[in-house]
Design a protein around this ligand. Structure first.
Ligand code: DQA
Length: 149
């Protein structure tokens, strides 16, 4: 994979974006989010590898696969954020910038959403900015990439 690729990983149920709890997550689909990510990334000279899985192991495999080759990783792990030590350990082994994203403000929701296993091992966290959070995260990866490069 080219060093100029931002890998955007989406966890369980994010395939239902736009249909599931639109009052919380909005009306945009994941395909809409992907298109906006590609536009923002292209403006920064980056490509996007956009993935979604409902399966913890698939996400762990994806993180391991790109841990040294990506320009950065943007991850919305969905509910696995609050449960997965395995995903946390995979992210801890990543050599490139990792930005955690949540569409909703998890801190204003149920107590079980207040703790993230990923936040302590991510380089940045963007919460409650709606789907714009993905664009902000890509902009951050681009910034870090240019600062490092
Ligand atoms: C989410 C927040 C999580 O608590 C939830 O399980 C999700 C989506 C968000 O983007 O706001 O699936 O990660």
């Amino acid at each position: 994979m080219a060093q100029q690729t931002v890998v955007v990983l989406n966890g369980p149920n994010l395939n239902l974006l736009g249909e599931r709890e639109p009052e919380v997550y909005g009306h945009e689909t994941l395909a809409d989010v992907e298109a906006r990510c590609r536009t923002v990334a292209a403006a920064a000279g980056l490509e996007v590898d956009f993935r979604q899985s409902n399966h913890e192991g698939v996400l762990v495999d994806a993180v391991q696969e790109v841990r040294t080759s990506a320009a950065g990783i943007v991850i919305n792990a969905g509910a696995l954020t609050h449960t997965s030590v395995a995903l946390r350990d995979a992210v801890a082994a990543v050599a490139v910038p990792v930005i955690e994203v949540h569409i909703s403000n998890v801190h204003a929701r149920e107590a079980f959403r207040h703790h993230s296993y990923l936040s302590a091992v991510a380089d940045g966290v963007i919460v409650g900015c709606g789907t714009q959070g993905y664009e902000l995260a890509i902009a951050r990866v681009a910034q870090l990439q240019s600062a490092l490069g």
